[in-house]
Design a protein around this ligand. Structure first.
Ligand code: BGC
Ligand code: BGC
Length: 611
């Protein structure tokens, strides 16, 4: 017996050794050459295996994101680029869902033709629908969704947007913007769900809608919580400016939405161009690594904003010091739209000279690769064309129309002038936002800044009105109001703002309606007809002085392509239920004005009438 045992001991040891080896490097399943290619293994095992096979250049490539206009499919292969993006309006030609899918697949084929065949991930700003694609459903901008107070609806929208994105191959969305817009002068106010942290926090359901319950579903799209941190709190509402707050205030106002997004498993976080007390977020190790990754436990990856690393030292052209500051602060992927070759060479040199530790490069890669594995990119790298027909589908447009309906905020309704009668009525419609898909969609629609006109298929507000009335009602339209007379029973003026995005939308002076809009409204009023003003705008405007001369006021925000939703409320097919997501100033001199600050507004946050 004893002898027997002795004989067996080396065998047991050998078996143990085999078992331990198998744990470290599991045998690949059938069809997979390496363990990382084996979908039956845990993601962490796959990531560790892949990482162990990668060169420094391959790792740096994973951390590099180039813009489609500046990188060819061959570049993706040669430089091992881990990611591509479309900047606002950057689209293949012709701009159709199918050519987007073809473009995506071409890039992906090239990425997969590298020795390790690591798929690339492609990001877009689908901030109110898949808005770079002609024919996509354009949903209301976030300010309107905030007015709905309906997080479940916002989750459904996220799912619909994910389907349209997936139908073009894209895997990653730079949305939602979780900014808490404190000063309406800011050009990105419309990207905010509301001026207090609860609204953006509640609307992180969009993250769940985009990603699905877990990443890896058939239409899962990686979401991005942006822009971290304090983008909506800058002094004067200055885009990319400085947020001057104590740490306690910063945490109380701007951090909660990011906390909520992390709890929902958001896959990426984009860093803000702005500064906190004079220090650029793109180099802020404490806020990125200590607070976001440490304290909040964010396990996804951090992406920089468009050339954001170049703003750290305030001098144009990024330096080695900026690259090192950004990576060491905790940025994992760098959006370097055009100068990506310089970035690659700079980061390689900074690793080789010891300024950036290899452990940081490995951590960034682990985070990025984990999301690629979780998304199922290694198993399903190409476009699933079965979703392509959902782009601009009837079902998605119906959902968008519902969102438009629910986002309308009725602020005044003297003499119950609304709802308008559908039958036997005589209505005059005017204003430059009445029959203009571009204007009612705002910025980030087909192009970065957006533009006026018939830029994509949809229903204008005027078309929605025409479709809503019965055969016994007359609807007359003239943009300037020319031709109105006292025989009309109601005049609808659709006015407000024209498209803008980011800093180009900052309003440093007046926030009133412009002269054209005021003239159109006076023309209608002078006919002695009750005037209903519909404001199509990205934010509250300074209208207190005009309001006494208007019979009704409806805030429509930036509704997108489904103008029928505005008509639904005008004619009472649905009662108005929207509530202000922002405090409405009584005068521009009150900016910034926010709930609880003691100023007396024209309308408080939460205000909204119904019938
Ligand atoms: C914006 C981001 C956007 C990025 C990519 C930047 O200018 O600040 O919100 O995601 O561009 O288009
Ligand atoms: C791009 C946008 C980007 C912006 C930054 C534009 O050219 O289209 O996506 O946000 O530049 O300045």
């Amino acid at each position: 017996m004893t002898h027997h045992r002795h004989v067996r001991r080396p065998l047991v040891l050998a078996l143990l050794l085999v078992a331990v080896t198998a744990l470290a490097v599991p045998a690949p399943a059938a069809g997979a050459t390496y363990p990382y290619q084996d979908p039956t293994l845990p993601v962490a095992t796959r990531v560790a295996d892949l990482l162990s096979r990668m060169s420094l250049d391959e790792k740096i490539g994973q951390m590099t994101q180039a813009e489609r206009g500046s990188a060819t499919a061959t570049d993706v292969n040669t430089y091992r680029l881990g990611s591509l993006l479309s900047g606002g309006g950057s689209a293949p030609s012709p701009n159709t869902a199918t050519s987007w899918a073809d473009m995506y697949d071409t890039y992906q084929r090239s990425a997969l033709a590298t020795p390790l065949a690591v798929p690339m991930i492609y990001g877009v700003d689908a901030v109110h629908g898949h808005n770079n694609v002609v024919g996509a459903t354009i949903f209301p901008h976030n300010i309107g969704l905030g007015a709905t107070r309906d997080p479940a609806l916002v989750q459904q929208i996220g799912q619909a947007v994910a389907e349209e994105i997936a139908g073009t191959g894209i895997d990653w969305n730079f949305a939602p913007c979780l900014c808490v817009a404190r000063n309406d002068r800011w050009g990105r106010t419309y990207e905010s769900f509301g001026e207090t942290p609860e609204l953006p926090s509640e609307m992180t359901t969009l993250v769940t809608g985009l990603q699905g319950p877990t990443l890896g579903g058939p239409t899962s799209v990686l979401a991005t919580a942006k822009h971290y941190l304090g983008d909506g709190g800058t002094t004067g509402g200055d885009d990319q400016g400085d947020t001057a707050l104590s740490e306690a205030q910063l945490r109380a106002i701007h951090l909660p939405p990011f906390q909520a997004a992390v709890q929902r498993g958001v896959g990426s976080v984009m860093v803000s161009y702005s500064s906190w007390n004079g220090v650029k977020l793109h180099g802020h190790q404490y806020l990125i690594s200590t607070v976001l990754k440490g304290e909040l436990g964010f396990t996804g990856f951090v992406v920089s904003d468009w050339n954001g690393i170049d703003q750290i030292d305030g001098v144009s052209g990024f330096t080695a010091a900026e690259v090192t500051a950004a990576i060491n602060a905790g940025i994992d992927m760098v959006m370097v739209p055009t100068a990506w070759k310089t970035f690659i060479n700079t980061l390689r040199a900074e690793v080789q000279n010891g300024h950036v530790p290899l452990s940081r490069i490995d951590d960034a890669n682990r985070r990025i690769l984990t999301k690629k594995f979780e998304l199922g990119l290694f198993e399903r790298p190409y476009t699933d064309r079965s979703w392509t027909s959902t782009v601009g589908s009837t079902a998605h447009r119906a959902l968008a129309r519902q969102a438009v309906r629910q986002s309308q905020v009725l602020l005044k309704n003297a003499g119950a002038v609304l709802p308008l009668a559908r039958d036997g009525n005589k209505i005059f419609v005017a204003g430059r936002n009445a029959d203009n898909i571009g204007n009612q969609s705002g910025g980030w629609t087909i192009s970065w800044q957006g533009s006026s006109g018939n830029i994509t298929p949809g229903t204008s507000i005027l078309q929605g009105i025409r479709a809503a009335v019965g055969p016994t009602t007359t609807v007359t339209y003239n943009q300037r109001g020319t031709g109105i007379d006292r025989t009309y029973r109601a005049a609808v003026a659709v006015v407000g703002e024209t498209p803008y995005a980011e800093g180009q939308g900052d309003r440093t002076g007046s926030m009133s309606l412009d002269r054209d809009d005021l003239r159109t409204i006076s023309t209608l009023r002078n006919a002695g007809v009750p005037v209903i003003v519909i404001l199509v705008s990205g934010r509250p405007l300074d209208i207190a002085a005009e309001l006494p001369r208007w019979d009704a006021l409806l805030a429509s925000w930036l509704p997108g392509t489904e103008g029928g939703g505005v008509a639904d409320v005008l004619f009472g097919a649905a009662p108005p239920t929207g509530k202000l997501p922002m405090t409405w100033m009584n005068s521009v001199s009150q900016q910034p004005i926010n709930a609880g600050d003691g100023q007396v507004p024209l309308f408080a946050q939460g205000y909204g009438l119904t019938y």
